[in-house]
Ligand binder design. Structure first.
Ligand code: SAM
Length: 246
């Protein structure tokens, strides 16, 4: 049987292509890409000339069995998405599932992914985190989803478009509170890479003054309720000490 390789591609800066990703893309029999035109340009840049087929949410039902048949016959396949890691808010999962069912080796290559890249520079806890990706677009559904996340006590990682980020921050403020710490990680690895760190209320003011542009990872600090309580009691104690003049 052939092997299925899951190959990460850059999230902006082409220099983030790894040596191993290039080697695998050059040696496989077939590359399955989310968008063949988009990936065609990347492959052209790196002078990779392997056959390309599309694999996305509208054709996977037909395409996955075709690719599995090729893998079963001994051909190797690399899967790539438009940017970053396949399967992370991108197509990929169905092919992986089918490969596992068919006892085909699935090899995941490490590489860029926007959420993790943003997390470790955000300053929010990276010890425990929950990746959510895109929230539902519809306002009522988005709020319902955020309500469900209220109990989670880890850093939350969202993907968001510049057109919806203010609306999403507004709902985060409504559901989690105005003091919630957020980080907006924008245009990672690209020319206008920037981080905004502050409360959700401040971030909303910031976005009124600076039009949202480019790609965003939105990170949210979810402090355990008990930490908030102990912080409050500590502040009360300090205030009492100040009053007493100690
Ligand atoms: N598979 C990708 C990954 O591993 O990160 C994610 C693909 S998802 C369709 C695209 C979203 O990822 C964008 O809308 C944005 O939220 C985020 N993203 C991708 N590249 C980014 C970048 N360079 N800077 C900030 N966010 C980025």
């Amino acid at each position: 049987k052939g092997k299925l390789y899951l190959v990460p591609t850059p999230i902006g800066n082409l220099d983030d292509m790894t040596f191993r990703a290039l080697a695998i893309l050059k040696e496989v029999d077939l590359i399955a890409a989310e968008d063949t035109r988009h990936s065609g340009l990347l492959l052209q840049h790196f002078q990779i000339k392997r056959p390309l087929v599309s694999l996305h949410e509208h054709n996977y039902a037909k395409r996955v069995p075709e690719l599995i048949a090729k893998l079963n016959s001994g051909l190797s396949v690399a899967q790539i998405s438009d940017a970053g890691m396949p399967s992370i808010s991108d197509p990929g999962h169905e092919l992986v599932l089918a490969a596992i069912k068919n006892q085909i080796d699935v090899i995941s290559l490490p590489g860029p992914s926007a959420g993790i890249t943003a997390l470790i520079a955000s300053g929010l806890s990276a010890e425990k985190f929950t990746f959510i990706g895109f929230l539902p677009r519809k306002n009522s559904e988005q709020k319902r989803e955020l309500e469900k996340l209220k109990l989670i006590e880890t850093t939350l990682i969202f993907y968001e478009s510049p057109f919806r980020i203010a609306k999403t921050l507004n709902n985060i403020q409504l559901v989690f509170g105005a003091d919630t710490k957020v980080v907006l990680a924008r245009e990672l690895t690209k020319k206008f890479e920037s981080y905004y760190r502050g409360t959700v209320a401040d971030a909303l003011v910031f976005l009124q003054q600076n039009t949202a542009r480019g790609e965003y990872v939105l990170l949210v600090e979810k402090i355990p309720e008990k930490t908030i309580f102990s912080a409050r009691s500590l502040i009360q104690r300090i205030e009492q000490d100040i009053k007493k003049g100690t």
